[in-house]
Design a protein around this ligand. Structure first.
Ligand SMILES: [Zn+2]
Length: 332
């Protein structure tokens, strides 16, 4: 007992001595940390668990947009005010239906260049899953920033047990050596990457195409959105009266194309059809209050549309660390 109290007195004296010597020692010693939270965010849609998986972030060049001179002058002016207004994320989405694990688009992987992409498989692991567990991959289209995460540079399948689904029109276009041979030179890399990324899944008998409204997953509807690419397709999941649409590249530059849906991107294979698809879809999404999952919206890429003037504004889902029910918003 006596020995213990002596020890305590020594300890208290030591602490007092330290605090007198350096009153702010604890504050000064804390190093800065530059690592961030793991790249996933999940929410509930009916009985579905939907997880946004971060792959990377890039900058959308204003020269990739086609609009009237007045609109593009406005974009240039806005960019001077806010140089980050065309920053875009690259996100894939995981749907756990309770029976199956389904990925919708898989990010760029190592096929878009630069170290800023290729995080999706790591984000998936951080969210508690493994690539081996994924049953199905649904592809909105075959641009490498949506499919690169499927395959390593040495031709290995990242999702070895997954069946990969894409529209037949999309697969036929990008995987055709004849069409590739006739394509302009700056489009060639898109054909080459699509073919290399698809190859190991085709070889393994895991590449599946659809051409109509076939049922692939219970409660999921195909939403054809041709224009950006020939077989560009959205996937709409419904559960308990709630809906989420994985909309692919219906919008690239959120802060331009929601106010000006007529503005197209140079990556749109058919500019007129791409604008028409956007003009048709956006009013429907706004009036039906559909939850939208957009790969290039600011992470986590989830939100709703609101009518604003002659266009729309984006009402993003706001980050929380709670597991929340994303019921239809109160305006309904
Ligand atoms: Zn695209």
């Amino acid at each position: 007992m006596k020995r213990k109290s002596t020890q305590m007195i020594i300890a208290v004296a030591a602490v007092l001595a330290m605090s007198l010597a350096s009153p702010n020692a604890a504050l000064a010693a804390a190093p800065q940390h530059h690592d961030q939270a793991p790249g996933f965010f999940r929410l509930r849609v009916g009985d579905l668990e939907v997880t946004a998986l971060y792959d990377g972030t890039g900058v959308f060049d204003p020269h990739w947009l086609n609009g009237t001179k007045a609109t593009m002058d406005g974009v240039a002016e806005a960019l001077r005010e806010d140089p980050h207004m065309l920053d875009v994320a690259d996100t894939g989405f995981l749907v756990n239906t309770g029976k199956q694990l389904i990925l919708v688009d898989v990010g760029a992987g190592t096929w878009w260049g630069g170290p800023a992409f290729g995080r999706l498989a790591g984000s998936l692991r951080s969210a508690g899953y493994t690539p081996e567990e994924v049953d199905i991959v649904l592809l909105t289209h075959l641009h490498s920033d949506h499919i690169g995460g499927l395959t390593t540079q040495d031709g290995k399948r990242v999702f070895p047990n997954a069946e990969v689904y894409v529209a037949k029109a999309e697969s036929d276009f990008w995987l055709s050596p004849e069409i590739a041979a006739k394509a302009p030179k700056d489009a060639q890399p898109f054909f080459q990457s699509a073919q290399a990324i698809a190859a190991p899944y085709i070889k393994a008998g895991k590449w599946r195409t659809f051409s109509g409204s076939e049922s692939i997953v219970d409660g999921m509807q195909l939403v054809p959105l041709p224009g950006h690419t020939p077989g560009h397709t959205g996937y709409e999941f419904s559960s308990k009266g709630q809906k989420i649409l994985f909309c692919g590249d219906i919008v690239h530059a959120l802060r331009v194309q929601l106010q000006h849906p007529e503005v197209t991107a140079i990556f749109d294979i058919d500019q007129t059809a791409a604008a028409a698809a956007r003009n048709q879809l956006l009013p429907k999404l706004a009036s039906e209050d559909v939850l939208i999952a957009g790969p290039h919206m600011n992470f986590p890429g989830l939100g709703r549309l609101r009518k604003e003037g002659s266009g729309y504004s984006w009402a993003p889902v706001v980050f929380t660390d709670q597991w929340v029910e994303h019921a239809p918003s109160p305006q309904k």
